[in-house]
Write a protein that binds this ligand. Structure first.
Ligand SMILES: [Zn+2]
Length: 469
């Protein structure tokens, strides 16, 4: 005793004929069924889906061929020379179809293609080629690009292969598909960057840009052994709106990409742009070349706080059995005053107090031997480093309390986070990855779109009707 289902496909032709095609059968025992017999298995479903895909694709090819059989110029019927077998990889598996080649019409001395451009003369043509430019469907290309931009190409190939049951999907193919869409995205961004008007209808009131750079190891065949990657993110009225990245060491390209990202956030050149970076002036000048109105530079509070913390951790220490020298408590007070002065942007007072702290600690370090001697020496070193840092950057020390009230970003945390999200997680240096400059650049373009949730949108632009019902 067993149950048996047959899945049939009804095909309705233009002339009203209805053709029924059998796709496959499913069989189940009834009385002695096991838990695994319950419902359809994934493998059966895939087999049926593949049969359906194969049938639909082949019938589409027949129909397209019938529609395009006549010569587009004189209308003469073109003979079929032969049918060629072709293999296509789709998101439902690999299908094998037959594709016709037709004998070219002799009505024009120089044959024209569908757009009216002269094409190479050939005796046989394959009109279907326009429909199937590559052996991969856009759906599969999307899956490759999506997973290729998320993780390593090898793991992406394994994931896509398991997801789609395309058996021989190499990591190089995933790389090719990812880079292909990356090139397309970059072209669109480039056109946008050169264009004049902003993409968004609504103009932004305030924009904040975090920008940073890192270094990647190049492939051995590149001319250089390391190259710089720029990445950043733009916040519009406090909300993260757009990321950007550029690996090709070309200032113009980076400028155009940054300007395209700004335009997508609704940036008119009159808007103020606040730039957050960790003090490297190169990154800042990249933005000032594009945007005429950039907020004044600011020393990042994060780095200041780190240096203050280094002093605190040794200065505030206690020994359980030794009496604490009085100078330590006095220096604690000075430390609090330094923090207060720096937070209020009083550079001169901060520097003077730090110098006092460093001098007292140096004296203390020479005087004592037990626990508090080395502690004072450590504190002196940390205070000296802060002093150096302040003297170098006194000009860009601002009133952080006021800047924060005004809604400015006082920390480079956004710049560090974009680096982590966009680059380190995919191109981690710990994994000993080596990159070709172009490969890294185009992968990053795809990754930007993926993280901004716009990769599918790009595919819809590239392939009209993509994922439409
Ligand atoms: Zn013709």
């Amino acid at each position: 005793m067993s149950l048996r289902w047959t899945l049939c496909l009804q095909c309705h032709a233009d002339d009203g004929r209805v053709e029924t095609i059998q796709l496959g059968t499913v069989e189940r025992p009834t009385g002695n069924a096991e838990p695994a017999d319950f419902g359809l298995s994934l493998r059966e479903l895939r087999r049926l889906a593949l049969a359906l895909q194969q049938t639909v694709a082949q019938q589409q090819i027949y129909a397209y061929d019938r529609a395009k059989r006549r010569c587009p110029h004189c209308g003469a019927y073109r003979r079929i020379k032969d049918w060629r077998p072709r293999t296509f990889d789709t998101a439902l598996g690999t299908i094998h179809v037959r594709v016709p080649r037709v004998v070219a019409c002799m009505c024009l001395p120089e044959p024209l293609d569908e757009n009216g451009d002269i094409e190479d003369y050939r005796e046989t043509l394959c009109p279907i080629e326009r429909l199937l430019p590559s052996r991969t469907t856009p759906e599969l290309a999307y899956l490759c690009a999506r997973h290729g931009a998320t993780g390593s190409y090898r793991s992406a190939a394994a994931v896509v292969s398991a997801l789609t049951s395309v058996s021989c999907l190499s990591h190089m193919r995933v790389r090719r598909e990812t880079i292909k869409i990356g090139e397309y995205i970059e072209d669109r961004q480039f056109a946008l960057g050169w264009g004049s008007d902003p993409q968004c209808e609504e103009r932004a009131k305030s924009l904040s840009m975090a920008i940073d750079s890192t270094v990647l190891t190049a492939y051995p065949f590149e001319e250089i052994s390391k190259f710089e990657v720029i990445a950043g993110r733009i916040e519009r009225e406090g909300r993260m709106t757009r990321r950007f990245a550029c690996a090709i060491p070309h200032r113009t390209l980076a400028r155009v990409l940054v300007s395209a990202a700004l335009k997508q956030c609704g940036w008119p050149p009159s808007t103020f742009v606040d730039v957050v970076n960790d003090g490297a002036s190169g990154m800042r000048s990249l933005v000032t070349q594009i945007a005429p109105r950039v907020a004044s530079p600011m020393l990042d509070w994060f780095h200041l706080a780190m240096k203050l913390h280094a002093i605190r951790s040794s200065l505030f220490s206690h020994h359980y059995f030794l009496p604490r020298p009085e100078i330590f408590s006095r220096c604690e007070k000075i430390w609090r005053k330094i923090r207060e002065a720096l937070w209020r942007g009083r550079a001169a007072i901060g520097i003077e107090l730090t110098r006092t702290l460093a001098a007292s600690m140096k004296e203390e370090a020479l005087k004592r031997e037990s626990f508090y001697g080395p502690t004072a020496a450590t504190t002196f070193g940390a205070a000296n480093r802060l002093l150096d840092f302040l003297q170098h950057n006194a000009a860009i020390l601002v009133d952080y309390a006021r800047a924060r009230r005004a809604g400015r970003r006082i920390s480079t945390a956004p710049a560090e986070s974009v680096m982590n999200h966009l680059i380190n997680r995919r191109m981690s240096k710990r994994q000993q990855m080596r990159w070709s400059i172009n490969g890294a650049h185009y992968l990053l373009q795809a990754r930007v779109e993926l993280l901004d949730g716009k990769l599918e949108e790009q595919f819809i632009y590239k392939y009209p009707h993509f994922r439409s019902p």
